[in-house]
Design a protein around this ligand. Structure first.
Ligand SMILES: Nc1ncnc2c1ncn2[C@@H]1O[C@H](COP(=O)(O)OP(=O)(O)O)[C@@H](O)[C@H]1O
Ligand SMILES: [Mg+2]
Length: 256
């Protein structure tokens, strides 16, 4: 009745218990070495399978999130622009706003770290098991707008279903094409109805959005839903990119 090791391996493969398969030999040795009883050994094996499933879920969530880097707040230098509301950023990083279905808007001049903080929040959400959809706003809205009608429903679905949608660098281009503004309105309207969070970063102050959207009624429809439950975080200070560029220049000149 007792299975041989290759038979156990085969059964685990068939049952897709890859976490058990990866650690079984170690756990058998451990159980013998430490005289563990059946339940003790079984708990360890079960935990290995749970751990493996959790980490493959997170890998999958990261791959489908559209994030291009695993950014964190650890490497963020809060001393560089002390005017940035640190407390609000950390509050968002707790991800309570996703539970509440609230939105967050990070506004301020280029290079002050808005995208960095937004990506760190998005990556924290992935690690917590939330479905995240991240995209550079103008490119994403443009792509959705120009997907042909029959494919639009499936193209837009991931951005409606995600627990957190991040639209990074909204209105980087001066004018949003009409079709893109319509996609934005659809996203905001649907997500508002299903109480799903949106995180937006932009260099443009809200007062100017009407100009970039190009239609007063559409702008108030968009802002109305976005601002109903939302946190506004104002970034202020100097560009970190300039600091990095200056550092490169200094490095260059010392080489000569
Ligand atoms: N305070 C900071 N500490 C560390 N790195 C920063 C800080 N602010 C910005 N950066 C870095 O500078 C670059 C530009 O920041 P980014 O977040 O893209 O700015 P924004 O989105 O506001 O234009 C990024 O590489 C980012 O990681
Ligand atoms: Mg940015």
């Amino acid at each position: 009745m007792t299975m041989s090791m290759p038979e156990v391996e085969r059964a685990l493969r068939q049952l897709r218990l890859s976490g058990v398969r990866a650690t079984l030999e170690t756990r058998i040795l451990e159980s013998q070495a430490s005289n563990l009883n059946f339940l003790e050994t079984f708990s360890l094996i079960l935990q290995d399978e749970l751990d493996r499933r959790q980490s493959s879920l997170i890998d999958r969530l990261y791959r489908t999130s559209g994030l291009d880097e695993r950014t964190s707040l650890e490497e963020f230098d809060w001393g560089y622009n002390p005017q940035i509301p640190k407390r609000l950023c950390f509050e968002l990083h707790t991800l309570k706003f996703i539970n509440e279905g609230s939105n967050a808007i990070l506004i301020g001049p280029p290079g002050t770290g808005k995208s960095h903080v937004a990506k760190a929040i998005a990556y924290a959400a992935v690690r917590q098991g939330w479905r995240v959809a991240y995209g550079e706003a103008d490119e994403l809205l443009d792509r959705l707008a120009f997907t042909i009608n029959t494919e639009r429903r499936s193209a837009i679905k991931p951005y409606l279903d995600a627990d957190l949608l991040v639209l990074d660098d909204l209105f980087l281009a001066r004018q949003l094409p009409t079709q893109s503004a319509d996609s934005m309105q659809t996203l905001l309207h649907q997500r508002y109805k299903s109480r799903r969070s949106i995180l937006i970063t932009s260099n443009r102050i809200l007062e100017d959005w009407k100009t970039f959207i190009g239609d007063a009624a559409l702008t108030s429809a968009i802002l109305d839903r976005l601002l109903h439950r939302s946190v506004m975080v104002e970034f202020r200070g100097k560009s970190y990119r300039l600091k990095e560029a200056a550092a490169r220049l200094v490095m260059g000149s010392t080489k000569e």
